[in-house]
Design a protein around this ligand. Structure first.
Ligand code: DX5
Ligand code: ZN
Length: 229
């Protein structure tokens, strides 16, 4: 996995058919997804429950791009090894999930994965200022985590600030929540390169009719790239 700042679209399988993850993953990849975003929720850090390491290991067999695992769980540290063994390429933990995010990021890299750090909408960019040499990705939440299909919360100023703080470091800026062709341009212009999208990718399509996934992915990518031209 080499580093670049080109726009990458990461469909969130939170909006996929939960009875058909294998085919859904292959469908979005065939339709142009750059990464596959996997939302892990524990019913404690966030008010929703999704899936654990065995499910993520099963997804791995279908992912040929990059499996981007977003942990919305607390505590995080006891589960890092299991998600790394499940085949996560990137493991992202929230700064709000506990007092020792620095140790958590070290543990993620120690387990052989790339390390991501996520910020809830109410958390300032400065919360990751002393973590940037330990992180491969900063995820800026543009909804309060827990559910797909929520209304976008504008975090453009935070993205701009992070982009400055990151400087030349090889750290991705990922946006998660409410990304669609109307919100993507301002985020790309501010310095985001990974755009997670659930409802805006999966809407209108299905595994047996996956062309809309491709149209949706291309529309988000084109809107973001146009803002960089
Ligand atoms: C929200 C998740 C997101 C979610 C985004 O807690 O982290 O990844 O799937 O969904 P949309 O794109 O529908 O806002
Ligand atoms: Zn997510």
């Amino acid at each position: 996995m080499s580093f670049d700042r080109t726009i990458k679209i990461a469909p969130s399988i939170l909006s996929a058919d939960f009875a058909d993850f294998g085919r859904e993953i292959r469908a979005v990849e065939d339709q142009g997804a750059d990464w596959v975003h996997v939302d892990v929720m524990d019913g404690h850090f966030v008010p929703n429950i999704t899936f654990g390491p065995p499910a993520v290991a099963a997804f791995r067999r279908h992912v040929t791009t990059v499996m981007d695992v977003h942990l919305m769980i607390a505590p995080v540290d006891p589960y890092i090894e299991a998600f790394a063994r499940a085949g996560a390429d990137i493991i992202t933990a929230h700064v709000e999930a506990g007092p020792h995010i620095h140790r958590t990021l070290q543990a993620i890299r120690g387990a052989g994965a790339r390390a991501g750090v996520a910020l809830n909408p109410g958390t300032p960019a400065e919360a990751v200022e002393h973590l940037l040499d330990l992180a491969d990705l900063v995820c800026v939440m543009t909804v309060n985590p827990g559910f797909g299909g929520q209304r976008f919360i504008d975090m453009t100023a935070k993205v701009r600030r992070l982009r400055q703080m990151i400087g030349d470091r090889p750290v991705h800026i990922e946006i998660d929540g409410g990304v669609d062709p109307s919100t993507a341009p301002q985020l790309a212009a501010a310095g985001a390169d990974v755009l997670v999208a659930g409802s805006a990718v999966f809407r209108g399509g299905s595994v047996s009719n996956s062309a809309p996934y491709g149209e949706n992915i291309r529309a988000i990518r084109a809107a973001a790239q146009a803002a960089l031209a």
